[in-house]
Design a protein around this ligand. Structure first.
Ligand code: OAD
Length: 250
């Protein structure tokens, strides 16, 4: 199918859709200047995400892991949502039942005003006690720029950690339940994700298996490209803008 034909097919499906679920990854924030994990610019001080985003890495060197998160917090704090975030925010009000499942921890979807965001991998802006000491909530918002790293838990004097899901950790059961429920939809769209990190990578094909029309937007092909009904090659900020214009006014 040509790109134009895929765009028309997807926009027709969206026009008649009531329940739309979008699964996003780091590529959605690329145009805001937030580096993706894989591909050019994905390394931080020569470390891959897999080297730092684990509890074992944190226990080995909590300061190093916090430095990575502190760097990302400041970078994202200075960033602004881009056109991709804006279109998805508008769609969250346009469709009667819209869910956005994001693997991103940057909070840019929320800052763009998106409703019904399911934060699959947690938030860069929340912290929890490394030891879950029980004297503090399980997780809570903390957007400060920490002077001393790693920050300490006020309950037990142990370390605080970013309240994000690390490799090897389970998805929060309530979040997983909400995401699974969102797969029952008319159109499911994967945007800006390399589709290699599970269980998130299985969401779009899961929606397809339940009968949804599935599509992908990504400048590169991914393991999901061959499995979706329409794979559209291009950057999210341009393709979503084009789709929004094809849809016309709500
Ligand atoms: P990745 O960094 O793996 O993939 C980013 C994807 O975005 C790639 O497929 C790029 O081709 C695509 N891309 C780049 N620029 C784009 C643009 N302007 N528009 C659309 N797509 C673009 O990011 P994720 O798939 O989100 O998890 O990674 C999944 C998880 O791996 C992350 O949530 C994180 C990471 O390690 C944890 O930390 C647990």
């Amino acid at each position: 199918m040509s790109r134009d034909a895929a765009m028309v097919r997807l926009s027709e499906r969206l026009e008649s859709a009531h329940r739309v679920t979008v699964v996003t990854g780091a590529g959605v924030s690329a145009a805001s200047g937030v580096p993706t994990f894989r591909g050019a610019g994905g390394l931080w001080r020569n470390y891959r995400a897999e080297d730092l985003a684990t509890l074992a890495a944190f226990d080995r060197d909590p300061r190093l892991v916090w430095e990575w998160y502190a760097w990302r917090r400041e970078l994202v704090r200075a960033a602004r949502p881009n056109r991709a975030h804006e279109v998805l925010a508008a769609w969250s009000r346009r469709f009667p039942r819209f869910r956005l499942i994001t693997q991103n921890v940057d909070g840019l979807h929320e800052r763009a005003g998106t409703e019904n965001v399911i934060r699959f991998h947690g938030s860069l802006w929340e912290v929890s006690c490394r030891d879950d000491c029980g004297r503090v909530p399980r997780r809570w918002p903390d957007e400060r720029t920490f002077e001393d790293l790693p920050p300490r838990c006020s309950g037990c004097e142990g370390f605080l950690r970013p309240a994000v899901i690390w490799f090897g950790e389970p998805i929060d059961p309530e979040v997983l339940a909400a995401a699974t429920e969102a797969l029952d939809c008319d159109v499911c769209l994967a945007v800006g994700t390399s589709a290699v990190v599970y269980p998130a990578a299985g969401l779009v094909t899961g929606a397809g298996a339940l009968g949804a029309f599935t599509a992908e937007i990504n400048p590169e092909s991914t393991p999901a490209s061959g499995a979706v009904d329409a794979a559209i090659a291009g950057p999210a900020e341009a393709v979503l803008d084009e789709l929004d214009r094809l849809l016309g006014p709500p």
